[in-house]
Design a protein around this ligand. Structure first.
Ligand code: UDP
Ligand code: MG
Length: 336
């Protein structure tokens, strides 16, 4: 049996040495399994590429996919899944916040017959109050209203079987939120709890802008509730404007005291124009996504690979656009 570790890396030069040491220890511990370390270099601008290549040159279990530009964490994980050859697959961050020592427990669950094992954070060391609060709020909203199946307090540290990976590979949406995708595919799933460490070194690669993008992808890709909420909102407004109409009629015909009403008109005008624009914005977000998906651009493209040979790619995925792009790198030759 083979275990593939998929490791997305964006400017992680400071942590990679220690990460590789820790996963090597893990491989020694789980000696009955064959290992594959699949690093995805997500367009790093530091020395991440050189470090990963040096690992690959020394160790054939190390495979590296180099993206031509930064595509984000979720796309990096996707690329890893397109190329992973293991029977069991584990996605794990490079910064050692997800301790590799939890993996044996996850593998044990898979040998018990579970197909997707989510690692759920029991505690979270070294995170800012802001991050903890926004994460809490995000999971409250998601779990209650939008994607009820997602596992709260779990990131992208999870293990799954090859069968599940093949199903996930078929989900090709551009704006992805893999936590949601894994929640909807079904199969026998379970949770393993762990204490999340603080980052080994370096800084978070998820600034507020990327966090907002991920949250928007989660909401807009997994739910059409916002667009349907517009209808409910309009019903609410209609009923309140009806009350206002009754009041205005009484004032005009019974009390005969029509007030000038400039303030209220201005207030209502600005309020409802704002609301109209907000609703248009929600519709626009969905249309933008339809447009981007309609362009059928590849999800990612590679500039180079290490220890990945053409004939190792699963023929079932060779239909995907991005693998065709990968093909040209293989023929150009940096096959090591
Ligand atoms: N990452 C990536 N591309 C990005 C941002 C992050 O591949 O554009 C990787 C990063 O190298 C790390 C993982 O995704 O291995 C999680 O990122 P990070 O630890 O910075 O996020 P946080 O734990 O702070 O939420
Ligand atoms: Mg991290």
């Amino acid at each position: 049996m083979k275990i593939s570790l998929i490791v997305p890396c964006y400017n992680e030069s400071e942590v990679l040495g220690e990460f590789f040491r820790r996963v090597n220890l893990l491989a020694e511990k789980l000696a009955s399994y064959e290992f594959e370390f699949l690093f995805v270099n997500d367009g790093s601008t530091d020395s991440t590429a050189e470090i990963l290549n040096s690992f690959a040159d020394k160790d054939l279990r190390v495979k590296v996919l180099h993206f031509a530009r930064n595509q984000g964490h979720q796309i990096s994980l996707t690329a890893g899944m397109d190329f992973a050859s293991g029977d069991y697959i584990v996605t794990i961050d490079a910064d050692l916040q997800d301790p590799p020592e939890v993996i044996p427990e996850m593998i044990e669950k898979m040998s018990e017959g579970y197909q997707v094992i989510h690692a759920q954070r029991r505690t979270r060391a070294g995170e800012t109050g802001f991050k903890l609060f926004t994460a809490w709020l995000f999971y409250q909203v998601m779990c209650r209203f939008l994607a009820r199946d997602i596992v709260p307090d779990s990131g992208d540290f999870r293990a799954f079987t090859r069968q599940v990976m093949k199903v996930i590979r078929g989900f090709r949406e551009k704006h992805r939120f893999l936590r949601g995708t894994f929640a909807v595919v079904g199969f026998k799933q379970c949770i393993v709890k762990y204490d999340r460490d603080s980052r080994f070194a370096g800084e978070t690669k998820y600034p507020v802008k990327k966090m907002i993008k991920l949250a928007a992808d989660a909401v807009l890709s997994f739910s059409s509730s916002p667009i349907r909420a517009i209808t409910w909102l309009s019903l609410l407004l209609w009923s309140s404007s009806l009350i206002y109409l009754v009041k205005a009629l009484i004032e005009k015909f019974i009390l005969h005291e029509t007030v000038q009403g400039w303030t209220s008109i201005i207030f209502l005008l600005t309020f409802f124009t704002g609301l109209n624009l907000f609703c248009l914005g929600i519709i626009g977000s969905y249309i933008g996504r339809i447009f981007e998906q309609g362009q059928k651009r590849p999800l990612y493209w590679l500039s180079n690979v290490r220890n990945v040979k053409r004939n190792e790619i699963d023929p079932e995925i060779s239909d995907f656009e991005e693998v065709k792009i990968a093909d040209c790198i293989f023929s150009e030759g940096p096959e090591k």
